[in-house]
Design a protein around this ligand. Structure first.
Ligand code: HEM
Length: 161
């Protein structure tokens, strides 16, 4: 939480941070809860290509949102002088945000374009329903993790105030 007297730069940074998280995780929630279940209604053979088309567009937006989240988060750490918290148990909520963010950087900028895209397409040729079930499970796990990270961030920031 930001103490009064640090306005307006800190407030703007926190707003940018939270809006980026809202659109990024909100988009992921939409894919998980609405898009993936809806795809099962399409005829077999068209489900995975439809998923890929939607995911490709969302991945581009997610890349920008993840960069904005990381940049605003880093600036908040510097301006709030939270660096000492990073290697203390009391700062685990901060480490959690950074770990979750780092995983997504790896996923969106390395694994998805270089490995997963091709591998999943090949697997979907053989067994499309199985690939979509696994994708659904992976999205649910990531969404649950995001909720945990967000809850820890809000509680942790209250404690750090
Ligand atoms: C490099 C990655 C990240 C860094 C460096 C970072 C850093 C920060 C910092 C310094 C704050 C302000 C804490 C305060 O007001 O005392 C904050 C707030 C917050 N962050 Fe992050 N963050 C990162 C990624 C994330 C991610 C991935 C999420 C969610 C999935 C997230 C969710 C939040 C939320 C919800 C708040 C608001 C907490 C509150 O003020 O109640 N952050 N973050």
């Amino acid at each position: 939480m930001i103490a009064s007297g640090h306005w307006p730069v800190l407030a703007a940074l926190l707003a940018l941070h939270i809006l980026s998280v809202v659109f990024w995780i909100g988009g992921m929630g939409f894919v998980t809860v609405i898009v993936l279940p809806a795809l099962t209604r399409l005829p077999p053979g068209r489900r995975f290509p439809a998923f890929q088309e939607l995911e490709r567009r969302f991945a581009r937006a997610a890349q920008i949102l993840v960069i904005l989240t990381g940049a605003s988060g880093g600036a908040l750490i510097a301006r709030l002088h939270l660096q000492p918290l990073l290697d203390r148990t009391a700062g685990l909520w901060l480490d959690g945000m950074i770990a979750f963010w780092s995983f997504f950087v790896l996923l969106l900028f390395v694994l998805e374009p270089l490995v997963l895209h091709r591998r999943l397409a090949a697997q979907a040729q053989r067994d499309e329903p199985r690939v979509l079930t696994r994708l659904g499970r992976a999205h649910v796990i990531l969404l649950i993790l995001a909720v945990v990270v967000i809850a820890a961030a809000v509680l942790g920031a209250e404690g750090a105030a």
